[in-house]
Write a new protein. Structure first.
Length: 309
């Protein structure tokens, strides 16, 4: 029965890889946006008049709007697709290990789309905040150029610097969404199937990058899903809740110990080629886990038919 625990751990890891996949797609859109916005800003060597300020702002706002319009369907399509695939995965898991049929709410996709992906943000607030911050950055640069006579070439260098926190937030937020959409799906389905799921165990990936909060929560049992803390606890949180099965073994072990018990094929899939080779040469997992999981997996790769054989 230990395979029930292993299936959940592997699934949580693969979802983090999908977060990397989603984040990479968002970064590609952002890179294209930044290039187009810079070209628009450099149409004028100087911003000499208030009219120039207004024209520059109007042009950059249009490019920002186009970027957000491309980013929005990317993350919404991700939420809807993950909700559908995760629902199927949970149904198979419940049938295999609990020998129970579960009910999946017909509106599970829209529920996940509107649910917070972290403690305070939804897809809507993420998109709105990103757009407003981009507007403000370019508007302030145009006004500064007009006020101080700064060449637009110099202004764009400052803009790039000021955009770094926004770019990093886009990368981090979309990476977090990858796993959060699935964990929101789980939480919604658990709540809709209280007669099937009786108790839940909090599982944390215990390694050198585990935060104190997550480490302390590891192994905690909750009788009701409403009593369990919201996941993710923080960006890149790898924790997950697992319904308890009577007689099931739930090991209390570090991530390194768990990984050592997996097959070589599974280790290679989890770590990626380079990290796997370092791991087999004896480098402790704690030496490179802080770099984050950089492998990428598509949804089709995560939810393959091999998952629950």
């Amino acid at each position: 029965m230990r395979s029930y625990y292993d299936d959940y751990v592997k699934h949580a890891i693969y979802l983090e890889y999908y977060g990397n996949e989603l984040s990479a797609s968002a970064e590609e859109l952002y890179a294209e946006f930044e290039e187009n916005a810079e070209k628009a800003f450099l149409k004028r060597k100087f911003i000499n008049t208030k009219s120039d300020v207004d024209k520059t702002s109007k042009e950059t706002h249009k490019i920002i709007d186009e970027f957000i319009e491309a980013l929005e369907p990317l993350v919404i399509a991700s939420a809807l697709s993950v909700a559908e695939k995760e629902s199927s995965w949970l149904s198979k898991t419940a049938k295999k290990y609990l020998e129970k049929e579960i009910v999946v709410p017909s509106n599970i996709g829209s529920k996940v789309e509107y649910a917070p992906y972290d403690k305070s943000n939804t897809i809507d607030t993420f998109l709105l905040n990103t757009k407003q911050k981009l507007y403000s950055t370019y508007d302030n640069a145009a006004k500064a150029g007009y006020s101080f006579g700064t060449p637009t070439g110099e202004l764009t260098a400052n803009i790039k610097q000021n955009l770094k926190p926004i770019e990093n937030n886009i990368k981090t937020s979309t990476q977090t969404m990858g796993g959060s959409f699935a964990k929101n799906t789980q939480r919604i389905i658990y709540g809709a199937n209280e007669s099937v799921f009786k108790e839940y165990r909090w599982n944390s990936m215990l390694d050198s990058s585990t935060c104190i909060v997550c480490g302390n929560l590891d192994g905690t049992i909750y009788e009701n899903i409403e009593d369990a803390p919201f996941i993710p606890v923080h960006d890149h949180c790898r924790c997950f809740l697992q319904p308890l099965v009577e007689g099931q073994e739930y090991p209390s072990e570090t991530y390194s110990t768990w990984l050592s018990k997996q097959s070589e094929a599974e280790q290679r899939k989890i770590l990626g080629k380079t990290r796997y080779e370092m791991y087999k040469q004896g480098l402790p997992i704690k030496r490179f886990v802080n770099d984050g999981m950089t492998e990428k997996l598509t949804l089709d790769e995560i939810y393959s038919e091999e998952d629950l054989q």
